[in-house]
Design a binder for this molecule. Sequence first.
Ligand code: UDP
Ligand code: MG
Length: 320
Amino acid sequence: MDISVIVPLYNESESLPELEAWIDRVMKENGFSYEIIFINDGSTDSSWKTIEDLAKRNPAVKGVSFRRNYGKSPALNTGFMRAQGDVVITMDADLQDSPDEIPELYRMIKSEGYDLVSGWKQKRYDPLSKTIPTKLFNATARKVSGIKNLHDFNCGLKAYRSDVVKHIEVYGDMHRYIPYLAKNAGFTRIGEKVVHHQARKYGKTKFGLDRFVNGYLDLMTLWFTSKFGKKPMHFFGLMGSLMFILGFISLVIVGALKLYNMHAGNHYILVTDSPYFFIALTLMILGTQLFLAGFIGELVARNSASRNNYEIDRELNTNG
Ligand code: UDP
Ligand code: MG
């Protein structure tokens, strides 16, 4: 099969028939064999009924329905596990992404050798309250992830080589950072294509402004786990040692000053009367705590079932 289209949806009943007809038309015009996997993320409207009706008319329509609303990432992940196409396309259900982009995305994966191509909504039809924070968000994500050529990490319209979706796991709210997940899994040929974007036709957006707070927190988590997830001591140990040493040196200075002044017959104050004593003490305690956190992190990492999970790409003349 050429293409799997994965559509996560939450209360998007009105959009679905239009979306399905549009995708079907594009696929037929270009002679692609395809499937559409609708992931109903616990909708409370008639979305699932609509999907059932669509599937009766079009055998390419497949569906999965969650018992309750879990979020876009679990929906995408479920679709990824079931996808059978050589190229996997994800798109939002709200008709903001255009299925007309599919043939070009497919070509970029197939002929230009990209692992992942992300859409870029260069001209967006969203309220300003969303577009401005989005710019900031993308700038940070570029910096932290080191994927410098992406303008729009969170674009719902993306295309993947099937290998990629089988080797990444999208959980929590990590759908915002799929290119980063892919990069961490060793898929580094990441491209971008400018895509058309439309205002939402039916229903309303499912994400509020908290997306930006959570988005930043998730980015920090990803940065930390990708860098230190398997060796937490390298982070905590360094921080802890620095703090401890700083505190220790300060303490020695405070003590030495007192002794010196005492012997020289100068006016001197007790060590405990100096504010620096307490700062030094705090630093040493925090340093020790961080160091211990590092040890605990190492114990957790060593027990993790995935501590030695790595993907082998090729092998030559081994017995592996
Ligand atoms: N979505 C989902 N589960 C959720 C929230 C959203 O499957 O808990 C789907 C939603 O139905 C849509 C896509 O994710 O197909 C993108 O959501 P939305 O259009 O609300 O986001 P925006 O375009 O405002 O970023
Ligand atoms: Mg939308």
